[in-house]
Design a binder for this molecule. Sequence first.
Ligand SMILES: *[C@@H]1O[C@H](CO)[C@@H](O)[C@H](O)[C@H]1NC(C)=O
Length: 401
Amino acid sequence: MAPYAAFLLLGLLAPAAVLASWDIDEDVRLDTIGLLTKYGYPAEVHEVTTDDGYILSLHRVPYSPVSPLQEGKQKPVVFLQHGLLCSSADWVVMGPGAGFVYILADAGYDVWMGNARGNTYSRRHIKYKPNGLFNSKFWNFDWHEVGLYDLPASIDYVLEQTGEEKLFYAGHSMGTTAFWVMTTQRPEYNDKIRAMFALAPIAYMGYMTSPFFQLLSLANKPLEFLLNIMGVNEFLPNNELMTLGGKLLCQDKALTQFMCENVLFLIAGYDSEELNSTMLPVILGHTPAGASTNELLHYAQEIVSFKFRQWDYTATNLFHYGSLTPPKYKLSKVTAPVALFYSGNDWLAAIKDVDKLYSEISNPIGKFKNSHSKFNHLDYLWAIRAKELVYDQVLSLMTRY
Ligand SMILES: *[C@@H]1O[C@H](CO)[C@@H](O)[C@H](O)[C@H]1NC(C)=O
């Protein structure tokens, strides 16, 4: 009897497995819009050009099958901004019921997703090209410009399209850094924010523990020099150096090795209990999504200085800023209501740094330490229990603003 049962079981499971893996394979290849469409959600692409000429794609889920549009009634707007080396796909890859964009749309929001200059969906400029010998003009930016140009252009566009005066903003990692830049450098944008939800907030970085960033900050200035003369302006992570870095930092357990060769996990942690390994190929299919080397180097400067301030030109600061040190981002100018979501096992957003940020912003509305002690930097996007551990809390706060 037993062999028959086994045979029967195999017969049932094999097609299911083939179907499942085919499905996963398809999700690896589909882009943000393709994924949303596949799962039956309305998806729109919008284009916005920044004041300094970058052409960005915005992705939108205006409503959800379980929360359809009502005639003449605009849903409240949420704007999601991804982190370093990521894209709008981060909010989507885990699928309906799990990805943040689905959960927000199901809860009745009109969800817009930004894509920072340089990522998969925003690699265009009115004059400059991201590839080729003369790409340095295109890549001459860091998250300062994302905050100064990309976010304001995106937010203005979304408000104009929806006819709303304010929106909710939720950012992850660099998506929070750029928000602090925007609201300190262009404080009038505070008035366009109903409330801001910072997932793994990054302003100060002095106490971060990422081994990758520790190495980077040790070699910061020589590395900047080297990359400059080599003409490396885009941070291209799929090279020998990364593979070596992965081997050095992660030893060789099969799964971690696989993840460590992806620079995002190398930077932000690969030790998650909350990562669904079935979904790993889909995640890896969408990240890393592109960044400038200066985005990493600017963070490295913060690790060394313990300060949250503009790009350090060292010898030529006087020329650029009229002072010997770069100007600080004055966090007291962040007057929009802000809630911080942080955790004890985050390699990048250390508790001490988060506390300092929280004490300096002008309108803090709550600081939420994750109840799961092992929750890490990327779990905010892809954790099996992200909904119950983070998103539900954000949703309940939203109803108050
Ligand atoms: C992991 O992902 C697969 C494929 O989406 C899904 O079927 C499974 O339920 C997930 N596992 C957990 C623990 O969420």
